[in-house]
Ligand binder design. Sequence first.
Ligand SMILES: C[S@@+](CC[C@H](N)C(=O)[O-])C[C@H]1O[C@@H](n2cnc3c(N)ncnc32)[C@H](O)[C@@H]1O
Length: 253
Amino acid sequence: MEDHVLSLLCDPDTRYSLERAGTNLRNTATGRIYPIRDGIPLFVSTLTGPNLKYQTLYDRIAPGYDLAESLYHWIRRKPNYRHEFLSELEIKPQATVLEVSVGTGANLRFLPHDITFYGIDISWGMLRKCERNLLKWRRKAHLFQAEAERLPFKVGAFDCVFHAGGINYFTDKARAIKEMVWVAKPGTKIVIVDEIERTVRDSSQRSPILRESFPVRSDKVRCPIEFVPPEMKDVSAREICGGKFYCLTFRKP
Ligand SMILES: C[S@@+](CC[C@H](N)C(=O)[O-])C[C@H]1O[C@@H](n2cnc3c(N)ncnc32)[C@H](O)[C@@H]1O
């Protein structure tokens, strides 16, 4: 791991700095060890509730995730919706960018080449798929297995912080938003996007695993605007992509 990456990292629980310890990372104050597996530091704690459920689910669907997404857009003749929400990001030249819940890395393809890109995800399967995609696309990223609710980065580490497509099912949305604020530099616009509601009408057309994991809801999934800390500036929530997603944005003072 390069020095500039290590200098941004901290223990997600105590916030103390980390140092190299053989093939692991070690908390400089408590001595707690965080292993590195296949080049990816592991920060995930013992999971419970929705986080455990969705980690298991995404590990299972990771190998076919990209193909399923492409087929979905092809069958429904939907344009790729990523341009619309990624245009919300404010990315200066050579910015240090964090995607919380990076998945298979699909958003990176639409971002400039001169950035330093960091991605965290709770699912090892999705991170491994992301690594393979990076090789295919000849892009570089620093990946970490971590929960959105416990980010392993120092205060003000990033010029740009965004999240797309997971927060509706996080165990603790308020804490995840607090963490995104913590790791952003002052003045940073934070962008959070997720689906407003599941639009599949006939649930019998869905595979049992999807039916059980993403139940079709009659109530609208609500944008988590109530968890944005009151001191944030320029808070805005609106529907994008023809009403399929909400886009919540705000600026760290
Ligand atoms: C629908 S995918 C979106 C991936 C990517 N952001 C994209 O736009 O393609 C949701 C991702 O959120 C991750 N995830 C779910 N809960 C999480 C949590 N608590 N912390 C971090 N990642 C989480 C899943 O593993 C999955 O990769």
